[in-house]
Design a protein around this ligand. Structure first.
Ligand SMILES: [Mn+2]
Length: 354
C-alpha cells in the first residue's frame, strides 16, 4: 500500500496561519486523487501544546477526508499531544514508541514520538528483536547526526538524535524524520521539511513523501502552497553595465526557483545586495524591475545597506577576475566553514581596502 508522510506543519489557528491548513488540505487532496488513505505526521503537527485542537478535528472530519487515517507522533513542539485530546476517530497518536504493521504485505513501521533527553538509538534498541534488517521503516522526530558527535548527544540544542551508527546497527530500510524544516535526502535518511514554509527562513517549494510500504521505496511530491518564500543575496560591482550585471544574477536565481509564471504571485521575496557600484539608485530600480511579478516579504524593499559607492574600474576588473576564479573553486559543504559568498565578500573588502 502507499502511505503519505509529512512533518512539521506547525498548525496554529486557521485565522493566524490559513496557509498551513491549506498546505495540509492540499496534501490530503493529492492523496485522495492517488487513492492513498493513510497519512503519517512525523511530529510538530501543532506549533505548541494547545488546550483545544477543534480546527484540526474539523479538518479530519470533513466528508472528503473522513476515510483518511491520520497516524501522528508528537514532536518537540507538541510533545504532550495524546489521543484523548482529539475527538476524531480517524486519528491515532503515538504517545509511546510502537510498531505499526499496516497490512500483511507491509514492512512494519516503528513510530518514535519525540522524547526529551532520549536518543533514538536507545529506544530502537528495545524493539531490536522484533525488527529484521532492511525490512522496517523508522518514523521519528529529532536530529540526524552523521558525524562522530555521538560521544555527547545531549549537548544543548540536540533533539532526540539519531546517529549514523544507529542506522548502521539497526538497519531500517528507510528513515523518515521530522524536526529539520529543510527537505533533505541522504541515502536512506529523509527529512520531509515543513509542508508550508513557516517564514522567510524556510525557502523554496515544499514537499511530502509517499512510501510504498511493501518495498520501502520513497517518492517526493510537491505541495501546492499559498506562499513560497525566497531569500536571495547578490554581489554588485562597478562594472561597465551594472544593470546587466545584477539582472543576470537575479534572473539566474529566479530560474533556480523552478516555479512557473502562475506561481509567481505566491512568492514572498527578500533581497540583499552587497558590494560596490556607481549607481545605487539605478541598482534599486533594476532590482525592482527584474522581480516585478513577485512581492517582497513583509513589503520590505531590497536591502542595499551593504552597497558602497565606488567608480574605480581597475578594482572592479580585479574583483571580477578574482570572483571568477573563486566561483570555479570547489567549496567545502561544511557548516563550520564560511560559505562561498562570505569568502567572496571578504575578497571584496581586501580589494577595496575597507
Ligand atoms: Mn518543527
Amino acid at each position: 500500500m502507499k502511505i503519505a508522510v509529512t512533518a512539521d506543519p506547525h498548525l496554529t489557528s486557521l485565522k493566524d496561519h490559513p496557509e498551513r491548513y491549506h498546505a495540509m488540505e492540499n496534501i490530503l487532496d493529492q492523496m485522495l486523487k492517488a487513492d492513498i488513505y493513510t497519512l503519517i505526521i512525523a511530529g510538530d503537527l501543532f506549533h505548541a501544546d494547545f488546550p483545544n485542537y477543534a480546527e484540526f478535528d474539523d479538518l479530519c472530519q470533513k466528508p472528503d477526508y473522513r476515510n483518511i487515517q491520520f497516524h501522528i507522533i508528537p514532536g518537540n513542539h507538541d510533545s504532550q499531544l495524546h489521543s484523548r485530546m482529539l475527538a476524531s476517530d480517524n486519528t491515532k497518536i503515538y504517545s509511546k514508541p510502537a510498531i505499526q504493521p499496516f497490512d500483511l504485505m507491509s514492512l512494519p513501521f516503528l513510530f518514535l514520538p519525540y522524547q526529551k533527553n532520549k536518543n533514538m538509538g536507545e529506544v530502537i534498541a528495545s524493539f531490536h528483536s522484533e525488527l529484521s534488517p532492511n525490512e522496517w521503516i523508522l518514523i521519528g522526530h529529532g536530529d540526524w547526526i552523521e558525524g562522530m558527535r555521538e560521544s555527547n548527544p545531549f549537548e544543548p540544542g540536540v533533539y532526540m538524535p539519531l546517529t549514523r551508527s544507529d542506522v548502521e546497527r539497526f538497519r531500517p530500510a528507510q528513515v523518515v524524520l521530522g524536526h529539520i524544516h529543510k527537505p533533505l535526502d541522504r541515502e536512506s535518511v529523509h527529512y520531509l521539511g515543513s509542508p508550508c514554509g513557516l517564514d522567510i527562513t524556510e525557502t523554496g517549494k515544499r514537499r511530502f513523501l509517499v512510501i510504498d510500504s511493501e518495498n520501502g521505496s520513497v517518492e517526493s511530491k510537491t505541495v501546492d502552497t499559498d506562499l513560497i518564500f525566497f531569500d536571495e543575496s547578490f554581489i554588485i560591482l562597478p562594472v561597465e553595465d551594472e544593470a546587466a550585471f545584477i539582472k543576470n544574477q537575479v534572473l539566474a536565481s529566479m530560474k533556480a526557483w523552478q516555479i512557473v509564471e502562475s506561481e509567481k504571485k505566491k512568492v514572498k521575496l527578500r533581497v540583499r545586495v552587497n558590494g560596490y557600484c556607481r549607481d545605487k539608485h539605478g541598482l534599486m530600480a533594476t532590482l525592482k524591475a527584474c522581480v516585478k511579478n513577485v512581492s517582497f516579504y513583509q513589503d520590505e524593499e531590497p536591502d542595499l545597506s551593504g552597497v558602497s559607492i565606488s567608480d574605480d574600474v581597475d578594482r572592479a576588473e580585479i574583483t571580477r577576475r578574482v570572483l571568477e576564479k573563486m566561483r570555479a573553486l570547489k567549496w567545502p559543504q561544511n557548516e563550520e566553514e564560511p560559505g562561498k559568498e562570505e569568502m567572496m565578500l571578504e575578497a571584496l573588502h581586501v580589494i577595496y581596502g575597507d
